[in-house]
Ligand binder design. Structure first.
Ligand SMILES: *[C@@H]1O[C@H](CO)[C@@H](O)[C@H](O)[C@H]1NC(C)=O
Length: 290
């Protein structure tokens, strides 16, 4: 038993631990959100749009991990968007920070136990598709779970049926009806000219991709690449939550050995700032319609 619990693929949290976190949160807010939003790098401003806000720093929440990356605030924000209750994660947990894959996805199971049925995930991603421009917003149609290929799937280990089935389906991970709603909303607010729909590939990071790696990912049919989102989506789908994913294309990956361009985190944050308003409006207008 001891060997199993120290294995990196064995989930280190029991149902009761998630439950303790959820019950603590339920006792600290009267709000009962049905929608949760995970805010990616530089996209935490979404939470500022909420009214009747209750901010809960991660460090105050029992069993909750703490975020370290630049540009992440590290708190849960409960609040309302035109009367619709939702909860935002301002700052997510990345595998590259050294967290166990079960820690990365810890908040999603807590959301499930809070009664959340729809998860909206946002991230900053590199554009692999030649037709994408910096500043485009990509609706995630599907994903490639590269860490999963390497044995890092958050559902590895004992399966607790109270969360979901042993072998969950992933072919319908990003619900079509939600994507259609997002397209319609984008059109209404005049940002359909830079809305894309494509496949997101997750790599563990923290290194950006080499030129050869980018070429491999293009060959595999990926349109954007990043270092997050997929584990959270896998856990959300396991528990039957509806999922919508949005990637902000913050840079175009380098696929040419003659190029002098270099991927860097500052460029990612700069583009994010430029488009953050459009993306936040899209998400908030969408939440009202869900
Ligand atoms: C790039 O995106 C466009 C527009 O969504 C799509 O039609 C095309 O198939 C994509 N290209 C590749 C190589 O996947």
């Amino acid at each position: 038993m001891e060997a199993a619990s120290s294995s990196p693929t064995q989930c280190r949290y029991s149902y009761e631990v998630y439950k303790e976190t959820a019950d603590w949160l339920l006792a600290h807010t009267e709000q009962r959100p049905k929608v949760a939003v995970i805010c990616g790098s530089g996209l935490g401003g979404l939470a500022d749009m909420l009214s009747d806000k209750i901010c809960v720093p991660y460090k105050d929440i029992p069993h909750f991990p703490v975020s370290t990356v630049m540009g992440h605030a590290g708190q849960l924000v409960f609040g309302k968007l035109q009367g619709r209750e939702c909860v935002c994660m301002q700052g997510r947990f990345h595998f590259y920070e050294g967290y166990n894959i079960h820690t990365v996805t810890y908040p999603v199971r807590v959301f499930f136990l809070l009664g959340v049925d729809t998860l909206i995930v946002t991230n900053a991603a590199g554009g692999l598709n030649d037709s994408y421009n910096v500043g485009d917003i990509m609706l995630i149609k599907d994903h490639i779970n590269m860490p999963g290929f390497a044995g890092q799937n958050p559902l590895c280990g004992h399966n607790d049926e109270r969360f979901g089935v042993r072998f969950p389906c992933m072919s319908d991970a990003y619900e079509r009806a939600l994507r259609d709603l997002a397209k319609q909303t984008a059109k209404e607010q005049g940002c359909d000219s830079f809305l894309q729909e494509g496949v997101y590939c997750m790599l563990a990071g923290p290194t950006f991709e080499t030129i050869a790696e980018c070429r491999v990912l293009q060959t595999l049919g990926a349109d954007a690449v990043g270092m997050s989102t997929v584990p959270e989506v896998v856990v959300a789908r396991h528990s039957g939550m509806r999922v919508l994913g949005l990637s902000l294309i913050t840079n175009k990956v380098v696929t040419d050995y003659e190029s002098n361009d270099k991927a860097n985190h500052e460029e990612v944050l700069k583009t994010t700032q430029r488009r953050t308003h459009d993306l936040q409006r899209l998400v908030s207008n969408l939440i009202i319609k869900i």
